[in-house]
Design a protein around this ligand. Sequence first.
Ligand code: FAD
Length: 286
Amino acid sequence: MVRAFKPADLTEALRLRKETACVPLAGGTDLMVKYRNWTGLPPAFPGDVLFLSHLKELQTLERRGETLRIGAGVPLADIAAWPETPAVLREAVRGIAAPAIRNVATLAGNVCNASPAGDGICALYALDARLELTSVDGTREVSILAFITGPGRTVLRRDELVTAVLVPRRAANIQVFRKVGTRKANALAKLSFAAVGEVKEGIVDAMALSFGAVGPTVVRSTETEKRMAGKTLAEVTALAPSIVEDYAALIVPIDDQRSTAAYRKTVALNLLKSFLEGLKEKVKGI
Ligand SMILES: Cc1cc2nc3c(=O)[nH]c(=O)nc-3n(C[C@H](O)[C@H](O)[C@H](O)COP(=O)(O)OP(=O)(O)OC[C@H]3O[C@@H](n4cnc5c(N)ncnc54)[C@H](O)[C@@H]3O)c2cc1C
């Protein structure tokens, strides 16, 4: 018999997390699909369920110095509407599912589900986001790159909850998110691409590029990004063929019900090429 816990506050939620083998449930939009059952029967959860979305401690959107703190229970719709949300994340969140899902689903749920096709995850990689993980013993922070270790796999301990997604506030006059799907709503990505960069006086100061649904985790290469830093826009555009070659070696997609490996790789590299060749038009404020 599965038990369902609705803790009064975060302290009680953390205690239950430590003492029971419960499944945390935020919006439930991944979990209800994962454990769906025959019509008329309740979902087939493998263990007790811990409801989180009502917890006030997880509901806040805050700017703390140079960090944006997105509470783990904040619905995607509120994140999309928050003026502080970086444009690349807003665009990614607005493309997730459809309004009804976005009213209950969370960014923390998107991250913990750890799908390589998670739209929020692709943007968060390019933003160098971190996860705030809390247990009764304390809080730690882990970068999203270290948090997700494979499809559906994370380093979250059995006694921990994600309490917030932390996004550094950085100057970024390039912010691009592109999702390729079968249709505009309620379609998981065949592949996605995010770019976050800063160009100062025509020189690339920083550039982060990430690709979703083209490997077991989101693909990002800080080595290749470093090749663009300190270059003029024209120099980066001239480097495009060699940068595309770098990513061609890293992007190793699979065939599945949504797309083929060949399509994913071709389109991901085409998006990158077009981004690098049109870099000047991507910079806001030039
Ligand atoms: C019709 C439909 C369309 C969809 N379209 C998209 C799409 O376009 N793009 C996309 O990326 N996703 C899509 N999804 C997937 C899903 O909506 C998102 O991944 C969503 O962000 C999940 O958030 P949630 O709060 O509902 O997670 P839940 O289902 O509640 O949880 C997901 C996972 O995270 C864990 N979890 C949740 N919160 C915490 C926490 N605070 N601490 C620890 N673990 C936690 C859960 O235990 C579970 O393993 C779609 C889903 C549906 C049903």
